[in-house]
Design a binder for this molecule. Structure first.
Ligand code: 6OD
Length: 483
């Protein structure tokens, strides 16, 4: 049995309350998670505050940068352990985690460590009435103790996407991983100790959102809260953050559109849409759940996407021929299945999928679900409006560029969009009109960590990535010196 314990002030500690951790692949219990609450959160926040005051915030920058590089190197040295733990928790294929989750999890530390070393401060000279003049310059100070509330879909990748810039800027952190996926976050504690990150800089409180998560975001010695998850939870968290006027960075839901023009490279559009709809079993906030296709290629596109979806191989994570794993939990599968049923009730044509696949042997107990494609729904259908977070998409035809833009923007969310066209003018013209924080043209989930990343509308608040992360993880102070 794997045990996920809190990591507080450099030590693993347990709670009285625990909860089971089930394998998404087989449904069997694989571990126990300690369910923290106010007591554990208070200890963790105190440890983080003390580490902040006792050196981390003021550590010589090159020393901090070197430690974060060493941390990334050590994650890579223990790559197979992180890989195994991440796939045990999530059920995702090793082939995916090996190329995306774990390398990116390590690389986040290098990128943000290098970024803080290279960033310049602004400076302005000004005249004064007596003619001597004055000089202003700004410095960046760490914001303090950061709470990071992390989801279960890309656990290590998303946790380090928040923790790396926070630490690089001199903050200390308390992380609340999802109770579905604590393993790699807890393992990172060991690595922190191994490379000599001072105790209390990185703390973890495991457990449920309503116990550990709630206590963490309400704790008044937390200076700022960074969050990735559903819009509903984000709204509640923002309310909690208002008490004490704490800053929030919120990365939330999406109902992202793919727009496919007749002048696209069809092979690339099919391959890209298969990934954007079905990668990670559709559990990516950036994934495509609404696909709009120019009418002249609609039938061909639907036929080819169906063929691709039906070729996806569902199977055990360690099998290198597996393309798709299960959903994270039985309750999430129930939710996704309720949308599958709703789609039929709303009049969808089920092009492929729509149910639970037959899985052999011990896999039969897992949270497996068929990749699913629908056509024929009206734009006000629930299945078109709400984020499902499963391996499914609806495909609808359009006739003009204007109509495609209107359809794509007709959503309360604005996280990402994928545009497929070989016409460069159209690509820029349409891309710039889409209400989405990120527009990928002829690609999907292609990430340069220096660029602004975040959502419009109900998809989020704030931008992170590169120097944009500094806006959240530091306070700017202006020093004005009269000469
Ligand atoms: O790539 C990233 O940095 C990022 N924040 C991805 C978010 C994915 C959400 O499921």
């Amino acid at each position: 049995m794997r045990e996920s314990k809190h990591f507080i002030n450099g030590e693993y500690v347990g709670s009285v309350n625990t909860m089971p951790n089930f394998s998404p692949v087989t449904g069997e219990q694989i571990g126990v998670i300690h369910d923290g609450g106010e007591t554990e959160v208070d200890l963790a926040v105190k440890a983080a505050r003390s580490a902040l005051n006792n050196g981390w915030a003021n550590m010589e920058l090159n020393e901090r940068v070197a430690l974060l590089h060493r941390l990334a190197d050590r994650i890579n040295e223990r790559f197979d352990e992180f890989l195994e733990a991440e796939c045990a928790d999530t059920g995702k294929p090793y082939s995916l985690a090996r190329h995306v989750d774990i390398p990116r999890g390590a690389n986040n530390f290098k990128v943000f460590a290098d970024m803080v070393r290279n960033v310049a401060n602004e400076s302005f000279t000004m005249p004064t009435p007596d003619g001597t003049g004055a000089i202003n310059y700004s410095i960046r100070k760490p914001k303090g103790v950061i709470a990071a509330v992390i989801p279960w879909n890309l656990p290590l990748l998303l946790m380090t996407w928040k923790v790396a810039p926070a630490l690089a800027c001199g903050n200390t952190v308390v992380v609340k991983p999802s109770n579905e996926t604590s393993l790699t976050t807890c393992l990172l504690g060991e690595v922190m100790n191994e490379v000599g990150i001072p105790k209390g800089v990185f703390n973890v409180v495991t457990g449920r959102g309503r116990s550990a998560g709630d206590a963490l975001v309400r704790h008044q010695d937390v200076d700022a809260i960074t969050f990735i998850g559903s819009t509903d939870t984000g709204e509640k968290l923002m309310t909690a953050a208002a008490v004490g006027v704490r800053d929030v960075a919120l990365e939330m839901g999406g109902k992202n559109a793919g727009v496919v023009f007749a002048d696209c490279d069809m092979d690339k559009a099919i391959e890209g849409t298969l990934r954007s709809a079905f990668a990670n079993c559709g559990q990516v906030c950036l994934g495509t759940e609404r696909v709009y296709v120019e009418r002249s290629i609609f039938d061909e596109f639907v036929a080819r996407l169906k063929e691709g979806a039906e070729q996806l191989k569902l199977g055990a994570p360690e099998d290198d021929s597996t393309n798709m794993g299960p959903l994270i939990s039985a309750s999430h599968r129930d939710l996704v299945l309720s949308y599958y049923q709703k789609a039929v009730e709303e009049g969808a044509t089920v092009v492929t999928g729509g149910g639970i696949p037959d899985m052999p042997g011990e896999l039969a107990g897992g949270n497996w679900i068929q990749p699913t494609i629908w056509t024929g729904l009206s734009e006000d259908a629930v299945v078109i409006k709400e984020e499902i977070f499963g391996p499914c998409c609806h495909i609808a035809p359009f006739d003009t560029e204007e109509e495609a833009i209107e359809l794509a923007n007709n959503s309360p969310y604005g996280l990402a969009a994928a545009l497929w066209t070989e016409n460069a003018s159209r690509a820029h013209r349409v891309g710039q009109k889409l209400d989405a924080g990120t527009v990928w043209i002829n690609s999907w989930f292609l990430r340069d960590l220096r660029v602004p990343f975040g959502g419009m509308k109900r998809s989020g608040i704030g931008r992170e990535g590169g120097e944009h992360s500094l806006e959240f993880y530091t306070e700017l102070q202006n020093i004005c010196l009269k000469l």
